[in-house]
Design a protein around this ligand. Sequence first.
Ligand code: NDP
Length: 481
Amino acid sequence: MEVLNLIQGKLLSATSGEWIDLTDPSKGKVYGRLPRSGTEDVNLAVESANKAFKSWSATPPGERAACLNRLADLVSKNAQLLSRSESTDNGKPISLAAAVDIPRAEKNLRFYASAIQHFASESHAMEGEAINYTLRKPLGVVACISPWNLPLYLFTWKIAPALASGNCVVAKPSEITPVTAYLLSTWVKEAGFPDGVLNIIHGLGAEVGDALVRHPKIAAVSFTGGTATGAHIASVTAPRFKKLSLELGGKNAAIIFDDCDFENALATTMRSSFANQGQICLCGSRILVEKSIYTRFRDALVSKAKKMKVGDPMDPKTKTGAVVSKEHRDKIIDYITLAREEGGTVLCGGNKTTPENQPGLVGGYYVEPTIIEGLKYDCEVNQKEIFGPVVTIQPFETEEEAVSIANSTEYGLAATVWTNDLKRAHRVAAELETGICWVNCWLLRDLRTPFGGVKNSGVGREGGFDALRFFTESQNVCIKL
Ligand code: NDP
């Protein structure tokens, strides 16, 4: 597998001629390479985007939408290849890539192809004196930087609104999972995008990513990734007055009241804890259960988690695959060790492992689904993002206590509340310091809704017209009557 950059419509290796290894986390084996791009490649990509901007920004929204829809058609036509590639690159079960990642990537492209044609701006009449109207102008060349956990899903979630609203894009996928973005880049011409409108460059975040966000012609940065990286990008871009959208880490709580629909809460909490090996920013990593049902819920959850076995991500029956890299697996295991030191009891899991009877996968990076109890709400394991198949479980006695524990971290991305008391559902949802709150469900997404976090989980909102507003600058025109 050889990944290449897309610059000015051409597939290119890095100017330096250097490469980075691409590893299959299910086997722990190198299976390809990607360009180790640097400042020179960023300069070429930004220059190419800049040249294309005048014409693309003047292209009618309907024509831009047609390009996005054709790209969506190509994603759909190549869905099997993309699912296989996503699974190989990331370690996620192929069933998940085929059911969630790739269909959602297609949907993102179609959603913004449609949204741009419904995007309207405001007009303010000054009685008998003047009329104001607001123009929404594309920004120019924008950077879209995405992480490894939902590679094509989050990549398209950024480039679709950026392109639909008339910007030219230089995008950088994670160096750990670049393959599906590369495959997409091979279809950009066929979809009808003029050369230079979408450029995709690969390499290390600290090198090519950093050069990209610093480039003076980059007008805005849309970033999804870790909070520390987000803080670094904010510190680099703020003095240059670039527009910034940051979707960062989380430490989400699932609050389970004793009047919930028990079986539904249990099944969904299993999913929200361990889907994608816990590597979804929206996963609930702190499970808070009302004391009256704590033991019953805990035992049922542990019993289900014990039955989850890691398997070959390529096997359609596998529900739990590999985590993304050796470094990440070791970080997760370090947190489990810390949990023990902090006084926690590991109720199930707790170890690295490999799929049974699969000699070809012994070098892969797998972690057992792990549930930990007995930790104080403010210990490190309950405060820091682990981003793996590891959850803590804690009892609470009152609604106030549950809300206070849920709000106790530096993060504020999402929360889940389980109750059949309507008044309580509204009350608790409003009290939670998060950008997203699900009641009696999880990961139910309407793409029109605002998506993002508060506190150290980010700045700004993606989704719906929010993303189109981010990728455009408003200009007020006042005409005297
Ligand atoms: P990172 O912050 O390590 O990386 C995210 C992206 O930024 C990657 O493409 C990375 O490149 C790039 N990058 C790294 N350093 C720089 C830099 N100095 N300048 C510019 N770009 C840089 O996050 P992960 O990839 O590890 O993703 C996991 C994190 O993402 C978790 O914290 C998770 O919570 C968060 N996340 C948040 C979501 C949200 O919507 N709030 C959704 C999904 C994930 P490279 O990989 O090549 O180093």
